[in-house]
Write a protein that binds this ligand. Structure first.
Ligand code: FE2
Length: 352
């Protein structure tokens, strides 16, 4: 029996045309726009057409297209300006953009690359070339959409754990923001900052495996309960392990309770054996825990929190270089407006 004889697989549309997507075409030339529309329509896509660059933001907000095809020369806004606006907007930059340029116009291509275009097509457009580019970009778009959805599920689960304890409200978002701030200050590359943003949100997701009576116990935990609680980093890493895009996040989840002197868990790593991203999250976790109010204690001031972090770093728990980096960010005039996040965190810390 082949796979296609199998009842389940036989119901899948193996021979169906490539699945439909929404494609926005922006071209003021009626002839070339209709030609593009016809080609994409024939491939089963839903086409939205614009004739003026100024219509595009509204059409994108209304239709949420999966791909945008822009002629570089249009009334209102040029294709370059629209592409730049799309690629600098964190909510829209995932939408692939194809720029349609004049034949062999190298300066257009150069500028197009600078504004972040994903692909180029030259006029006159040939059907085979258009379809090949469109299909390749839509496949990537589908893949990144799936990842976004999976990430949303994980973030929702993590926030569900946070919601069980009203005193930890906003902890995940703060962790995410502060960890990225410290990562930036430490000069980490973009992929590690992304890992910190995600890790800040999901680092405690393994608490899903911890019974509520332990998770929410008001008093101190006994040895048995503490042992169960200490399983949450490994459990969290196991939950997120199947997600390939979380590859850099797994070490953060697993090692965010390690200490520089090896007295942490789950693996008792020491010094630089602990990934820098996990060392950052460990510091931020303590900082956030002591600067929020709990039923049994008032919120510590920023100065007191830094003092505690410095004392613990001196004991051999935290990376003292990173603690000083964080102290510098939070306490001193180094809070220059290089990052909006720093300003936002500063306002939040000041209670504004
Ligand atoms: Fe934790």
């Amino acid at each position: 029996m082949t796979i296609r004889d199998n009842l389940y697989f036989s119901q899948l549309p193996f021979d169906a045309p490539y699945s439909a997507h929404k494609i926005l075409i922006a071209d003021d030339d009626d002839h070339s726009r209709s030609l593009l529309e016809a080609m994409l329509d024939e491939d089963g896509h839903e086409v939205i057409a614009a004739t003026d660059g100024r219509q595009i933001p509204g059409l994108i907000a209304e239709h949420k297209p999966d791909l945008v095809l822009l002629d570089v020369m249009m009334p209102g806004e040029t294709g370059f300006a629209i592409c730049r606006a799309l690629k600098t907007d964190p909510k829209l930059r995932q939408i692939p953009v194809i720029l349609v340029t004049g034949l062999s116009n190298n300066s257009d291509r150069l500028l197009g690359s600078e504004v972040g275009a994903d692909e180029f097509l030259t006029k006159p457009i040939r059907r085979a070339e258009l379809m090949a580019r469109v299909r390749a970009l839509l496949r990537l778009r589908d893949y990144s959409k799936e990842l976004e959805e999976a990430e949303t599920v994980l973030f929702t689960l993590a926030k569900g754990i946070e919601a069980k304890d009203p005193f930890t409200e906003g902890h995940c978002e703060r962790m995410s923001r502060y960890a990225v701030m410290l990562g930036q200050a430490a000069g980490l590359p973009e992929e590690q900052l992304t890992a910190l943003r995600r890790g800040g949100m999901v680092h405690d997701i393994g608490k899903l495996a911890v019974p509520e009576e332990i998770l929410l116990k008001p008093g101190a935990l006994d040895d048995h309960e503490r042992r169960i609680m200490m399983e949450h980093p490994a459990a969290g890493a196991a939950i997120c392990a199947p997600m390939r895009s979380f590859h850099n996040v797994l070490p953060i989840i697993r090692h965010h309770h390690e200490r520089m002197d090896g007295s942490g868990y789950p693996d008792g790593l020491t010094g630089n054996q602990i990934p820098v991203t996990a060392r950052i999250l460990a510091i931020i976790d303590v900082y956030d825990a002591v600067t929020v109010e709990r039923p049994y204690k008032a919120a510590f001031t920023v100065e007191r929190a830094i003092e505690i972090l410095r004392q613990d770093a001196a004991k051999g728990w935290w990376d003292s270089g990173l603690v000083e980096e964080w102290a510098g960010l939070i306490l001193s005039a180094r809070l220059e407006p290089r990052s909006e996040m720093i300003e936002a965190a500063r306002r939040e810390v000041a209670g504004a």
